[in-house]
Design a protein around this ligand. Structure first.
Ligand code: HEC
Ligand code: HEC
Ligand code: HEC
Ligand code: HEC
Length: 512
């Protein structure tokens, strides 16, 4: 197969030192004094995880939040200016919040072309696109258009505001538990990293309610991938909040929670795809190509002999990996869970492993077996996330100081394996696997804010190698030149990273 034109996965901001440095803040939005807390209880669709399931409450437009005395203040990035920070019109160029333009992009030439190819009618009217590019309200025709036009507005991340809008600034609100805020008011408690990451993942990876499948990719949709730490520190993303937990603890926990959230979204998506393909005579797409690592199919063959020689392939030859980017570091996150959250035990993720094995068996897996195994894996992941979520609701204990270093070491090691003759190989030469390992190490480096200068060189080189060819070399949205030379350089960089993150290494790279 030719190398195909795929859309770029941006490996942006993670290695750059000194990006946004979270400052402690304690915003308390004030508004006019209004009603008392509403005690009427409405249970949500999901009894356990905040924000998962469909809330029965109605959405409110973002303009309900934009009063100058609420979130429409004039100081970008400051408490009380969240709406101004999110809104597109304030700074036409430079940093923006991409969510406020998410609806508008459905009118651009790429979207128009996509909708035409997929026979969807107009993209900005297609429920398929709107699920992720806007906030959809079905039962309120008078405000539906307005809310849609705002794109990914406040309530996409903070929950439908019908019930909480008039009470969330009252002193009583602060006394509510996260669970009550979600179940009784439909408010997604975004300070809880589990609630937050699960919510980002449903659009940035997909779940049983929304997806970007291979048809959408083939029609021109950019590839979507989810790694929470990268998304949080994307350099041109103008965030409207400051994290309360200081680094490195914040990003270490976010990285771990993000891995769990990504696995849950991917598993939920797989389970629902299997469910849809199961009935006899179903208009079935099975297996769905978008579940598999893109570049196991989309790469040049014949340029270089790379298979088998440079890596101890984790799967049978010729079999594409299932959700490789999502799966690569999941076991490390599970292992380090008990360190990042003292008191929690680390899950074994045995059902997830079985699912991976099933998806990566030499014959295409049977729909029924995948559905069954994905259901088990989902239950296993939910149990893990529920425990993490409860730990997130507690006051966080500071992490041992060497946690970022240990994690970076484990992740660099994860990229490598030992060959039959004692030589060091790549554990998996798939672009997604290498990118996941790189992103994990880069998050630990970024979390440690300049503490480990010796990590920078191998990280910069990894980023360089993983970047897709630049436009001057032709338009490439895939790692088209995936050569032996490049893979050797990647391997050497991971070896170097493993050495400089080893417990005996000094921060500047020399041995003690
Ligand atoms: C599962 C959620 C999801 C669905 C469904 C979805 N998108 Fe997207 N879309 C995204 C995300 C997330 C991005 C941002 C990708 C990135 O840059 O990382 C995006 C990016 C885009 C972009 C590029 C935007 C830019 O600023 O250049 C276009 C165009 C687009 N989507 C159009 C569509 C159209 C048209 C549909 C329906 C046919 C659709 N999307 C369905 C999640 C989705
Ligand atoms: C893409 C998701 C997303 C969107 C869209 C979004 N927010 Fe946020 N918001 C967050 C996250 C994540 C945080 C950080 C966690 C927290 O402080 O709750 C946050 C924090 C906040 C805070 C600080 C809360 C506090 O007590 O510190 C306010 C206020 C806020 N957002 C208001 C808004 C408003 C108003 C809008 C719409 C104009 C909006 N947000 C849109 C994700 C989002
Ligand atoms: C309702 C769906 C939705 C949710 C929830 C959501 N996003 Fe997005 N996000 C999008 C879409 C759609 C785009 C593409 C917008 C565009 O480019 O026009 C996007 C773009 C982005 C981008 C820029 C593209 C990229 O890949 O660098 C970042 C960063 C981002 N989102 C971070 C987050 C974070 C962090 C969260 C959770 C706190 C979140 N998003 C939650 C839909 C969503
Ligand atoms: C199991 C193999 C396989 C996997 C995995 C796979 N694809 Fe494809 N893809 C194909 C085939 C086969 C075609 C059709 C090739 C052709 O007509 O040239 C195709 C076509 C495409 C096209 C249209 C290319 C064009 O030039 O028109 C895009 C874009 C694309 N795939 C993106 C992706 C992305 C993104 C992923 C990962 C999320 C992915 N593919 C995963 C096999 C795969």
């Amino acid at each position: 197969m030719r190398s195909l034109v795929l859309m770029a996965v941006i490996l942006g901001g993670c290695t750059a030192a000194g990006l946004v440095n979270p400052v402690l803040s304690q915003p308390s939005p004030e508004g006019p004094s209004t009603p008392r807390l509403n005690s009427q209880t409405v249970t949500s669709a999901s009894p356990l995880l905040y924000g998962v399931g469909t809330s029965p409450f109605r959405h409110r437009p973002a303009t309900s939040c934009s009063a100058a005395s609420c979130h429409g203040g004039g100081q970008i990035g400051k408490v009380g200016s969240e709406h101004s920070t999110w809104a597109p019109e304030v700074f036409p160029a430079g940093e923006t919040d991409p969510h406020s333009r998410a609806y508008r992009v459905l009118f651009n030439p790429v979207s128009v072309e996509m909708a035409k190819k997929l026979n969807l009618g107009e993209a900005h009217k297609a429920e398929l696109c709107l699920q992720c590019h806007a906030v959809v309200t079905s039962d309120e025709p008078d405000i539906r258009e307005q809310i849609l036009a705002e794109g990914v507005g406040c309530s996409a991340c903070h929950g439908p505001a019908e019930k909480w809008l008039n009470v969330h600034y009252l002193p009583e609100w602060q006394t509510l538990s996260s669970r009550d805020k979600w179940q009784k008011y439909g408010f997604i408690p975004t300070k809880n990293l589990v609630a937050r990451a699960l919510n980002c993942a449903r659009c940035h990876l997909g779940d049983s309610t929304r997806e970007v499948n291979h048809d959408l990719y083939a029609a021109g949709h950019p590839r979507i991938t989810f790694e929470a730490a990268r998304l949080h520190y994307q350099p041109d993303y103008r965030k409207h909040w400051a994290e309360q937990l200081p680094q490195p603890d914040f990003e270490i926990r976010l990285w771990i929670v993000g891995q769990a959230a990504a696995l849950r979204s991917a598993t939920d998506l797989l389970r629902s795809r299997a469910e849809r393909a199961l009935p006899p005579g179903a208009d079935r797409v099975w297996p769905e190509f978008a579940s598999y690592s893109c570049y196991s199919c989309h790469q040049r063959i014949g340029d270089d002999v790379i298979r088998g020689s440079l890596s101890a392939s984790p799967r049978p030859r010729g079999v594409p990996g299932w959700e490789v980017l999502t799966n690569t570091c999941g076991d490390i996150a599970a292992h380090y869970c008990r360190i990042a959250y003292p008191g929690l035990s680390s899950p074994t993720l045995i059902e997830v492993q079985k699912l991976r094995k099933l998806m990566e068996s030499p014959r295409p897996p049977s729909v029924a077996r995948v559905k069954e195994q994905a259901t088990k894996a989902l239950a296993e992941l939910d149990a893990w996330l529920v425990a993490l979520q409860a730990a997130e609701d507690e006051k966080p204990q500071p992490l041992p100081s060497e946690t970022a270093e240990k994690l970076a070491h484990a992740i660099a090691n994860n990229a490598l394996s030992l060959g039959a003759n004692g030589e060091t190989l790549l554990a998996d030469h798939d672009w997604d696997a290498l990118a996941a390992n790189y992103l994990g190490c880069a998050a630990m480096y970024h979390a440690s804010a300049g503490k480990f200068p010796a990590w920078k060189r191998p990280l910069d080189s990894l980023q360089e190698q993983l970047r897709f060819p630049t436009p001057s070399q032709g338009r490439f949205d895939s790692p088209a030149d995936w050569t032996v030379q490049k893979l050797n350089t990647l391997r050497d960089n991971f070896i170097q990273l493993r050495n400089v993150t080893a417990p005996s290494a000094t921060p500047n790279g020399g041995k003690k």
